[in-house]
Ligand binder design. Structure first.
Ligand code: ADP
Ligand code: ZN
Length: 600
């Protein structure tokens, strides 16, 4: 092995330093050992198999579940001068034959294959004729029946251990919980693999979770203020929510495209294509969108509804800022989410054991929403990692929430539930507390209760916030039959009896909006040059039929705008410009910079 891993990193990818963990993993695989790699989304897993594939003799085989991802990675590798190809069912036969021939000739550094493809005898026979540098199984959690991305084809990948003895195998995933990890090892026969658990922190992502008042308006303001003209994803729980939100944002001048499993596949394909190939497109989606989307310059991920677990939340928010530049994870949630999620869970078909796991996951997610301390510390703790200091880059760090002794409010709220027979929903309970003599109050004689009107000094929004916190904290349980009736749990008793003090969050509605203009991807003085480079990049990418980030990442354009290299030597020092891109684009880029800086 003549060239070092660090040299390949610079020559091919144009990067100066490895991210934490990458070098150790690359070394282990280069020496022929198996590896289990757990790293957050955007942590830099791909290089962990791409570089050993380049360094070891033979072709690196990558199993990847999504065709779009495969095409992207192949395009990006080719742009860097790497001989890469993908085999999947969407290819015309002639193209397929050509790739197979290249493979037999040993002319490929990397071959991406879909798992169903690999299950075919024919593919295995083909691979048996080749020298393999390694086998990398991406999104390895798809083998787990406990996970939400289970794919039956993954079950057969365990057979690769016997079929290709001596070839180092890697499993890579961003899902780190212990049961999933055990399942991956067992099913993929990775008992001997070394484990690499990368740092789960994504320091460039700012986490913020706010109460939902008028959700769409809040999202719109957030996008207009923090991310005008930038690409992002807005997640909604339901298909209808997706369509309505996309249309609503479109009507307000944003390029917002819907994406969910119920749309015709041409529409889905077109919207995803635009998201990848144009600058500044927003996709409004259910979770059906995103896995395998490798777009590095997603500047924000917003949630209009509460995700069901911290794993989902972290995976979805992890799609922001893969390029390492500042990005936002902004989530809204309210009482309705809590009620809806609890109902979905309890009325689902799952076994009691499974429900217990899901209940726990939802509770932890709610804990994250309600926490008054650093969000990142909570998130990392969930993934088993300690962060000694608060992060300074989340809403709670930047604007510590106000809390107060809410014991009396809680007692009023709980006793309203108790005195009405533990079957009414929040709307009615708040009418009762605020002394609002509706027909329903009259019909049930609730105006005669002691609690009637005892909370008329507190706003409706504030009462909703209090109920939300009581449900989230497990003091109230939600009726699962669909009417959202609340009843007391054991945990409510000490509070009702005045034996336990309860700290509550003050509603956020009174807080002023943030004055900070947000961290910028480029400094204000470099913006014009950055825009000129972006325009050139879009033309270049469209001519080549690849996404703009395959030409250069935003991070590279931002560095170009800041450093303003004057010649090819200086250009070669800019991160993200390897030998192949220097040769292909160097002269043009210098021209764009000169033209933009020339006095007009
Ligand atoms: P993952 O597969 O873990 O989600 P990727 O492999 O797609 O993450 O990497 C995320 C981004 O980080 C990519 O755009 C990649 O180019 C970039 N990246 C990876 N390693 C490095 C590095 N050592 N230096 C700079 N950028 C890197
Ligand atoms: Zn923080």
């Amino acid at each position: 092995m003549s060239e070092t891993a660090a040299a390949v990193l610079k020559r091919i990818f144009g990067y100066d330093a490895f991210r934490p963990g990458q070098d150790a993993i690359i070394e282990a695989v280069c020496q022929g050992r198996d590896a289990l790699v757990l790293m957050p989304t955007g942590g830099g897993k791909s290089l962990c198999y791409q570089i050993p594939a380049l360094l070891r003799p033979g072709t690196g085989l990558v199993i990847s579940p999504l065709i779009a991802l495969m095409q992207d990675q192949v395009a990006a590798l080719r742009a860097n001068g790497v001989a890469a190809a993908g085999l999947n069912s969407s290819l015309p036969a002639a193209e397929q034959n050509r790739i197979e021939q290249q493979l037999r000739d040993g002319a490929l550094d990397l071959l991406y294959v879909a798992p169903e493809r690999l299950a075919q005898e024919r593919t295995l026979a083909l691979l048996a004729q080749c020298e393999l540098a390694l086998i990398a199984i991406d999104e390895a959690h798809c083998v787990s029946q406990w996970g939400h991305d289970f794919r039956p084809e993954y079950m057969q990948l365990g057979a690769l251990a016997d079929a290709f003895p001596g070839v180092p195998r890697m499993a890579l995933t961003a899902t780190a919980d212990e049961p999933t990890r055990r399942e991956i090892i067992e099913r993929l026969h990775l008992e001997a693999a070394e484990h690499y658990v990368g740092g789960f922190d994504r320091p460039n992502i700012r986490y913020a979770i706010a109460e939902r008042a008028q959700g769409r308006e809040q999202i719109l303001r957030f996008i207009q203020r923090e991310h005008p003209g930038e690409a992002g994803i807005v997640y909604c729980l339901s298909r209808r929510g997706v369509e309505e939100t996309a249309a609503w944002l479109m009507a307000r001048g944003l390029t917002a495209l819907p994406y969910h499993a119920g749309l015709p596949s041409e529409d889905r394909h077109r919207h995803q294509h635009r998201f990848l190939h144009e600058d500044g497109v927003i996709v409004v989606a259910t979770i059906a969108f995103g896995m395998g989307i490798d777009k590095p310059d997603v500047r924000f991920v917003a949630h209009l509804d509460l995700p069901g677990s911290i794993e989902s939340y972290y995976q979805e928010t992890g799609r922001a800022g893969r390029d390492g530049l500042a990005a936002d994870a902004f989530m809204l949630y309210g009482l309705n989410d809590v009620v809806r999620r609890r109902q979905m869970l309890e009325s689902g078909e799952s076994s009691e054991a499974r429900k217990r796991v899901e209940r726990h996951k939802l509770d932890t997610m709610l804990g994250l929403c309600e926490t008054t301390t650093c969000r990142r510390q909570s998130l990392l703790k969930y993934f088993g990692q300690d962060m000694p200091q608060p992060c300074g880059n989340c809403d709670n760090c930047q604007e510590p929430p106000l809390t107060y002794d809410g014991s009396t409010d809680a007692q009023k709220a709980l006793s309203a539930v108790y005195r009405t027979g533990q079957r009414f929903g929040v709307g009615h309970l708040i009418d009762l507390l605020r002394g609002n003599a509706t027909d329903k109050i009259g019909k049930f004689g609730h105006a005669d209760l002691k609690t009637f009107g005892c909370g008329n000094e507190t706003s409706i929004a504030a009462w909703r916030g209090i109920y939300r916190q009581l449900v989230a904290g497990g003091l109230l349980a939600v009726d699962i039959d669909g009417y959202g009736g609340l009843r007391l749990t054991e945990a409510a008793m000490p509070v009702l009896r005045g034996q336990r003090e309860l700290q509550l969050r003050r509603p956020t509605e009174t807080k002023k909006t943030r004055t900070r203009t947000g961290r910028r991807v480029v400094e204000a003085g470099d913006q014009d040059l950055f825009d000129a480079l972006r325009a050139w990049r879009l033309d270049t990418a469209q001519e080549a039929g690849v996404p703009p980030y395959v030409v250069f990442h935003d991070a590279t354009l931002a560095a170009l705008a800041a450093q303003r290299p004057a010649d090819l030597d200086a250009l070669a020092d800019v991160p993200g410009i390897g030998a192949s891109k220097l040769e292909r684009y160097g002269a043009e880029v210098l021209q764009v910079i000169n033209a933009a800086l020339a006095p007009s």
